[in-house]
Each structure stands twice: as C-alpha cells, then as structure tokens.
Design a protein around this ligand. Structure first.
Ligand SMILES: [Zn+2]
Length: 365
C-alpha cells in the first residue's frame, strides 16, 4: 500500500514536471542559438537549462569527457605532436605530488610548489615569475575563476552597466557545456584565460596528463569562442616548476593572486559567508591604507555560484573607491595581444578608461 502511494506521488510529480516544461516551452521566446540571444535571458533557471550548440556539440568526440581528468585522445595526432615537441624539455626529476603535501617533501621547497610554500618565483631556470599582483600602482587586477557559470547574465549585466572589464579563468568542461556564455566574455570585452579541463590539482597529474588538461581547455575555448588563451590559473593555485614548464611550453602565463576572498571555500564551519565578507572588507581596508600605492593587487574571487557573484557585485563600489584603477590582469600587464590570434587586442593600461576615484585625481605621487 505504501509503495503504491509512493508510486502515485511519483507519477503526480512527473505530470507536474511535464506541465512545468510545457508552460516554459510556451512562454519562453529565448534564442538559445546565439551569444546575444543567450545573454538576453534573465531567468537563471532558463539560463541553466541545457541547450545544444552544434559547432561545439559536433566536436565533443574530439575532447576528453566533460568533467573527467584529461588525457591525450588516442586519435588526436595534433595533441600528440604538440606533446612530443615539448616533452623533452619538461623536467623529469620533479616528482608528481600528493594532496595534501607529503610529510617527506623537502622543507627547502626545491620545486617552488605554491601549495607548499606559496612560492611564485620558479627555481628552475628559464621560467618566468608567476603574476600574483597587478604591476601598476593602485590597480586591482580584477578577475573571476571557474566559469562560465550558466546563470551569470545578471553578473555580466552588472559589469556591463559599470563599463567594467575583468579576466575570466574558464574551465574547459564548463565552456563545453555553456559555449554561448563563454562567448559573452569576449563579446563584452573581458579577457579569457584557461583554468584547465576538469579543475584538478595539477601537481598530482603526470606531465602528459597535465599537458592534456591545459591543451584541451585551450582548444575548447578556441572552438567555442574563437580565441586561444595565453594565460592560465592553476586550480587551487596548485603549481610547481614541472607544471609551470608545461604551461610555459604552451605559451601560457601563470596568473596567481596575493589575496583570497575564500568565496569558493565556504564549508559552514571554519569558513562562512561572514568570513568572505570579512576578507573583502580587510582587502578594501588594506587598499585604502595605501598598501598598493606602488604595486597593485590581485584577489582571488569566483564566478562559481549566486553567492560568489552577488558578493562581487556587493563589494564592487567599495573596491572602486579603494583603487585608482580596476582592470583585467592582462591590461595591468600592458599585454595588448591576449590571444594567439592576432585579430583581437586589449587596450594598453594607459588607454584603458578605468574607473577613477576623484580623491586619487587630486593626490600627488
Ligand atoms: Zn578554480
């Protein structure tokens, strides 16, 4: 008897669900085939209902499974050729790491492993120093990890309303799921960097698998958006000289951060919503104190969910009051060609019409 009523309830829910879908189908006039159509959707539920974008869907068999650890596909001669061309220069004497760090890892941190010591100056010669601050004075290198998030239109609309550009570190698997959302970043004038294919701790991967994580995220951004990134951010900041050398061989500049909002780390115990508010406030106070008057800053924030995006909106005006300039990281680096393709450019830092605080305009440096 009990199972029968459960069955009936289930049937009822199915019917209600079908009605819901039918009502949505009748009332929705959204165009899910173009970037502008997708960007015009204001209902987050509608934004996050799946759609099929043929240019990407038709090529998915050329990529690793979405959200699974990447490896070079057996029939991918281009990826294999690229790996073969760089692998000889990837250090083989830097061990694959464990997470958390093993107790027998040398306290000298010979591999410049950020997770272990926050090291950002490689010990292996020939590698550039990681970017963990915007080099320009009183400048915030503004950016968000883990997108594209399917419900980001309200957040991107807000940035548009403020004429504010940022750097977005996109996960290849998210781009595959939400290619029109990824296209919006470029259409709105933001900068796109790679954030791997499936968001792993990169130092725990073999060199070939780490290569595949970077390679396929770059190829997916190229396929969906039309540009190939020249910058990346390691998930969890987990990078060492072995991973840096792979990224460097792929033409990717490693972008870290100096401050962490912890907006993606909420666990309800040691890190709560209030922790994030406190972190933002402390960062704003630090900026207001003149700490960044000679070298700017980068804070880690996310396009992960409604909370992280709402906090970004919430604190935007205070950030704007505390920094003279808020720009994409690439603009703070005067990196006018952010992609491999040369038909797209970013403004120089000087050209960028960055939000100015009137108080700063009167200050003399
Ligand atoms: Zn991330």
């Amino acid at each position: 008897m009990q199972s029968l009523s459960v069955y009936r309830l289930h049937k009822l829910l199915v019917v209600v669900g079908l009605l819901h879908v039918r009502v949505n189908a009748q009332t929705s006039t959204a165009d899910r085939t173009t970037e502008t159509g997708e960007a015009a959707i204001t209902d987050p539920n509608e934004e996050c209902s799946p759609y099929s974008y043929p240019p990407v869907v038709n090529q998915l068999s050329a990529f690793p499974s979405i959200w699974e650890a990447a490896s070079i596909l057996s029939d991918d001669s281009a990826a294999q050729a690229k790996w073969d061309s760089i692998s000889a220069n990837i250090p083989s004497n830097i061990s694959v790491k464990t997470q958390p760090p093993a107790s027998n890892y040398s306290s000298d941190d010979p591999d410049c492993w950020w997770t272990y010591s926050l090291c950002t100056e490689p010990k292996l010669s020939g590698l550039p120093v990681d970017i963990s601050a915007a080099p320009e004075p009183s400048t915030l290198g503004y950016g968000f990890d883990d997108g594209p998030n399917c419900s980001h239109n309200a957040f991107y609309d807000f940035l548009l309303s403020q004429n504010q550009k940022a750097t977005f570190y996109y996960i290849g698997s998210n781009v595959a799921d939400w290619p029109l959302e990824a296209q919006r970043a470029l259409a709105d004038g933001h900068e796109i960097c790679a954030h791997t294919w499936s968001h792993p701790y990169m130092t725990t991967f073999s060199s070939e698998a780490a290569f595949a994580e970077l390679w396929y995220s770059m190829q997916m951004i190229k396929l969906a958006v039309g540009v190939t990134p020249t910058c990346w951010r390691p998930p969890y900041g987990d990078v060492d000289d072995r991973i840096r050398s792979i990224a460097n061989a792929l033409g990717l500049q490693t972008i870290m951060w100096g401050y962490d909002s912890e907006d993606a780390d909420i666990n309800g115990q040691s890190i709560t919503d209030q922790t994030v508010v406190t972190n933002y406030n402390n960062f704003i106070t630090t900026a207001s104190n003149g700490t960044f008057n000679f070298t700017g800053a980068i804070i880690l924030t996310h396009e992960l969910n409604n909370f992280t995006m709402s906090e970004a909106v919430q604190f935007y005006s205070q950030l704007k009051s505390s920094f003279q300039h808020i720009v994409p990281v690439g603009v703070s680096l005067n990196k006018t060609q952010p992609y491999v393709e040369t038909n797209y450019s970013l403004p120089t830092f000087e050209q960028c019409k960055c939000p100015l605080r009137s108080r700063f305009e009167e200050l003399e440096f």
